[in-house]
Design a protein around this ligand. Structure first.
Ligand code: AMP
Length: 113
C-alpha cells in the first residue's frame, strides 16, 4: 500500500527504531510511547485491521503472537505485559495497518479508556 506509513516503515522508506525483523514480521518502538516499553509488532503484509484478517493469515498471526512473547522476554518484561490491538473507529485505530502494541515496564490499569 503506497500511502500506508507502516508499509513504508516495512520497506525502509521511513526510518524506525527496529527491534526485530524477519521475512514476515517487523517490530519497532512506538514513536509516542505510552509505557517504558512500547513496541509495535506488524505483519509486513498489508492487512488493514484485525477485522480484515482472513483464514489464510492463520499461520502469520500465530507467528506474530509467538514473536511478541519472545520480544517481551528480550525486553525484560518478566513480570507481565499487555498486548493491545485497536480495531476500527470505535477501537481508536489511527494507523490502518494491522499492529499489536506491546506495552510493559509499568503496572497497567483496567478497564482501558
Ligand atoms: P493505533 O492508534 O492503535 O492505530 O496506534 C498507532 C500507533 O502508531 C500509535 O501509538 C503511534 O504513536 C504509532 N506511530 C505512528 N507513526 C509512527 C512512526 N512513524 N513510528 C513509530 N510509531 C508510529
Amino acid at each position: 500500500m503506497s500511502d500506508c506509513i507502516f508499509c513504508k516503515i516495512a520497506s525502509k522508506e521511513i526510518p524506525a527504531d527496529i527491534i526485530y525483523e524477519d521475512d514476515n514480521i517487523l517490530a519497532f518502538n512506538d514513536i509516542s510511547p505510552q509505557a517504558p516499553v512500547h513496541i509495535l509488532i506488524i505483519p509486513k503484509k498489508h492487512i488493514a485491521s484485525a477485522d480484515d484478517i482472513n483464514y489464510e493469515d492463520q499461520a502469520l498471526l500465530g507467528e506474530i503472537i509467538i514473536k511478541i512473547k519472545e520480544i517481551a522476554a528480550k525486553a525484560g518484561l518478566i513480570n507481565g505485559y499487555r498486548i493491545v490491538n485497536n480495531c476500527g473507529e470505535d477501537g481508536f485505530q489511527s494507523v490502518k495497518h494491522l499492529h499489536f502494541h506491546l506495552l510493559g515496564g509499568r503496572k497497567m490499569h483496567w478497564p482501558p479508556g
